[in-house]
Design a protein around this ligand. Structure first.
Ligand code: UD1
Ligand code: CA
Length: 471
């Protein structure tokens, strides 16, 4: 094991977000900021993870319980700075081994880069290492101060930096590795004699250095990995960078993405090769897409399972399974619990929820299907409504195999329509239809001859009708 303890600092208020919600709970690419950091940390397989929480504590703790139930939380009652947060996290333990400390607001960091950083720290046997990068616009970050021989001296915060220090491009990522004993001996020596009146964790580097310990600045090539999110502009920047990173990954894996700038794929989704994604699409949550599927344009899939060769055009689907070779859209809304079998169709202006559609069955046009089971090879005529709600309770409808539901049928649940049965177009079906029967539930038509000429005399309709007389 290369790292024993990981401490994640996540107690800050995130004032610059101007949000009722803690900063670390804001999300990009399908994970909270904290979730991205914990995902990267997970790659290191540490013995323990401690997260310092403070602002919006209940919500942050509830979130941690969901995404990282094994992590422990430490409460920082008042925000005394990053050094104060680290002191609290270390208060009740005898620190040992290698300790990694990082912030909860750097969603771009990868597990691979953290592992390389820890490996370099351990290999150099340093008392402390800081991960750094050269940033084209270092404003706001702590600057890395090196001596004449290029060795790390200390870190100076933007607010405490003089003019010469402000023009340094090498910045502090906020990611540190410490020898546990060295950290334990120095963390108590921090003071708040600085511009912000806080205890800075960054000062530990200077303290250790002045005591003769060996400290290292380990630089990462890609500065985008260490970007911190402090406001909504940086939130959008990191979302765009993650979007590009994720899209590049899938394109390298054989996915055709027609327009990567308008295609948003969560880091939790998974896509097979030879899938094509058209512009303006979002692939969210735990969605999986199998080979040969065609998605979009302008389609969003959340927590869906799309099987081989299916196509989903201009549609929204949530919690839905779409079977092999099936076709969905355009303008289709599939809600949670929809399971489309293989070779099925959910066509234009169709809404479905909590319904199973058997192999080869079709709902081609303008229908609502709710709380239903449809067998195999059945066709649901245009404008059919599954009337599932009586104003109090929801009821189920079961449709058999090879059924033909006529256009504009109201299927009033609870209801069973047997195998091979038909319903007449325009029917309101309130009773079960046995196998092989046709259900007819509508008033018999009668024609009142001459009505228009009598009741709408002189109208264009009447004139048109009269013109046909004698023809
Ligand atoms: C910090 C570093 C800076 C570095 C930058 C990288 C210090 C003093 N400065 O600045 O050198 O370039 O990160 O992004 O460390 N936090 C707590 N408790 C507190 C204060 C902060 O838990 O009392 C947490 C915050 O929630 C956040 C992290 O520590 O996750 C960093 O705090 P933040 O205020 O964002 O520090 P920066 O100003 O970005
Ligand atoms: Ca920050």
């Amino acid at each position: 094991m290369t790292v024993q303890t990981v401490i994640v600092l996540a107690a800050g208020e995130g004032t610059r977000m101007k949000s009722a919600k803690a900063k670390v709970l804001h999300s990009v690419a399908g994970r909270s900021l904290l979730g991205h950091v914990l995902h990267a940390v997970d790659h290191l397989k540490p013995e323990e993870v401690r997260i310092v929480v403070g602002s919006d504590r209940e919500a942050v703790e509830a979130h941690i319980l969901q995404i990282a139930p094994k992590a422990t939380t430490v409460f920082q009652q008042h925000r005394g700075g990053t050094g104060h947060a680290a002191q609290i996290a270390l208060a009740d333990t005898t620190a040992h081994g290698t300790i990694l400390i990082l912030a909860g607001d750097t969603p771009m960091l990868t597990g691979e880069s953290l592992a390389a950083f820890i490996a370099a720290h351990n290999a150099g046997n340093f008392a402390a290492s800081v991960l750094t990068a050269e940033h084209p616009d270092p404003t706001g970050y702590g600057r890395i101060i090196r001596d004449d021989s290029d060795a790390l001296l200390k870190i100076v915060e933007e607010k405490d930096a003089d003019e010469n220090q402000k023009i340094i491009f090498e910045i502090n990522s906020g990611v540190y590795a410490f020898d546990g004993a060295a950290l334990a001996s120095s963390i108590g020596k921090l003071n708040n004699a600085n511009a912000q009146g806080e205890l800075y964790l960054t000062d530990v580097i200077g303290i250790l250095k002045s005591e003769g310990a060996s400290v290292a600045a380990i630089m990462i090539d890609d500065f985008t990995e260490i970007l911190g999110v402090n406001d909504r502009i940086q939130l959008a920047e990191s979302a765009a960078l993650l979007r590009d990173r994720i899209n590049d990954y899938w394109m390298r894996a054989g996915v055709t993405i027609i327009d990567p700038t308008t295609t948003w794929i969560d880091s939790t989704a998974s896509i097979s090769n030879d899938v094509t994604i058209h512009p303006g699409s979002g692939i969210y949550g735990t969605t999986t897409i199998a080979s040969g599927a065609v998605i979009g344009p302008r389609t969003t899939l959340t927590n869906c399972q799309i099987k081989e060769g299916a196509s989903v055009l201009e549609s929204i689907a949530i919690g839905t399974v779409i079977g092999e070779g099936s076709s969905v859209g355009p303008f289709t809304y599939l809600r949670t619990g929809t399971v489309l079998g293989d070779s099925t169709k959910a066509g234009a202006f169709v809404e479905m929820k909590n319904s199973t559609v058997g192999t080869g069955s079709k709902v081609p046009h303008l229908s609502y299907v709710g709380d239903a089971t449809i067998g195999e090879g059945s066709n649901i005529g245009a404008a059919t409504i599954f009337v599932n709600y009586d104003g109090v309770d929801k009821h189920h409808t079961t449709i058999g195999d090879h059924v033909r539901i006529g256009s504009d049928t109201m299927l009033v649940a609870p209801l069973n329509v047997g195998d091979g049965a038909y319903t007449a177009a325009g029917s309101v079906i309130t009773e079960d239809v046995p196998a092989g029967a046709i259900g007819v539930g509508r008033a018999k038509q009668r024609n009142v001859l001459g009505w228009v000429m009598r009741k709408r005399a002189g109208s264009k309709s009447a004139q048109a009708a009269e013109a046909t007389e004698g023809q």
